[in-house]
Design a binder for this molecule. Structure first.
Ligand SMILES: [Zn+2]
Length: 322
């Protein structure tokens, strides 16, 4: 049985704000006068997540804060066998909050560059925009993306009760500007949210997407268009979108012939790692090493990584398997 921490991985769905080590959060909170409890509160569904997320946001204020969490993200991912990550960051919202639209993203990109030098984990950034927030901020998000080569994509996140339609012109403009588009859809909301994301929303990949299973015709469409799903089992369970890891729909997504990738979404908040997510698939669902390697390859193929990176990680996955 191979060590899954050494399986070379691409990590496509992970929010930087939800990767912050608790010890780091306490130190940063302390320096900025924000009280942080000794231990994270146990997560109570989506409301609990919003509370945790808002605590993290209120702690992150300076260039050094953003730089540190980005750098530590690389170190933590290296320990998971991650070779390449596309990390989501809500840059425009942080910029508004700290009163400088460019500082948070600039600090994160610098921190990721330092992290790459130290740990070898290559990264690109996805700028997410909450569906609850104004369209103007989504345009500001696209503006940031266009000005930074390390930003490969933008997309909608947040409460799926809010429709994606108001943002359609932003994502059309993104595709015109060769900025990729990836939306959260089919997590809380049903098949309709997936349909909107992949048609007028212009999504090239789906964040979560598990509720595509609600509609067999949509399953066929997503499969035929080759759209990959960024599946995050432990997050789905913690936030109440799947009853348990054992009953998670991931095996059914595979049976339906969909392109599945494995991700953590909010690892620090729910105390998981990318290796643990692969391990659950081995222990709870009986996936073989060859099948787990296929999932790792899916993530490389669905990524926006440069061709040389993709080739290198594919070779490393083959070596792991043989
Ligand atoms: Zn997410």
């Amino acid at each position: 049985m191979r060590d899954l921490s050494t399986l070379p991985k691409a990590h496509l769905h992970v929010h930087l704000e939800s990767t912050v080590r608790w010890t780091t959060l306490r130190e940063i909170g302390d320096a900025n006068g924000v009280p942080v409890p000794a231990r994270p509160a146990s997560l109570d569904g989506f409301a609990g997540f919003f509370e945790q997320n808002s605590l993290v946001r209120s702690c992150l204020r300076t260039y050094a804060d953003f730089h540190r969490v980005a750098r530590e993200f690389c170190a933590d991912e290296a320990a998971q066998g991650t070779r390449y990550a596309e990390v989501s960051f809500t840059a425009a919202a942080h910029g508004e909050r700290v009163g400088d639209p460019d500082l948070p993203l600039a600090a994160v990109l610098d921190g990721l560059a330092t992290g790459f030098t130290e740990s070898g984990v290559q990264t690109r950034v996805i700028l997410d925009h909450s569906r609850r927030r104004p369209v103007e901020r989504a345009w500001a998000t696209l503006d940031l993306a266009r000005r930074h080569d390390a930003v490969v994509a933008i997309g909608l996140a947040g409460d799926e009760a809010h429709p994606g339609d108001p943002f359609v012109p932003v994502f059309a403009a993104a595709r015109e500007a060769c900025v990729h588009v990836v939306h959260h859809a089919g997590e809380a909301a049903g098949a309709e949210s997936v349909r909107q994301a992949i048609t007028s929303g212009r999504a090239e990949r789906l964040g979560h997407g598990i509720r595509v299973l609600d509609d067999p015709a949509l399953v066929a469409e997503v499969r035929e268009r080759g759209l990959a799903l960024e599946v995050c089992p432990s997050s789905n369970v913690a936030l109440g979108f799947a009853p348990s890891l054992a009953e998670h729909p991931l095996p059914r997504l595979l049976d339906a012939g969909l392109t599945v990738t494995v991700n953590t979404d909010i690892p620090a908040i729910i105390d998981t790692t990318l290796t643990q997510e692969y391990d659950h698939l081995r222990t709870l669902h009986g996936l073989t090493d060859a099948e787990l390697a296929t999932l790792a390859r899916n993530a490389v193929n669905a990524s926006f990584a440069p061709p040389a990176t993709r080739d290198r990680v594919h070779t490393e996955i083959n070596t792991w398997l043989t």
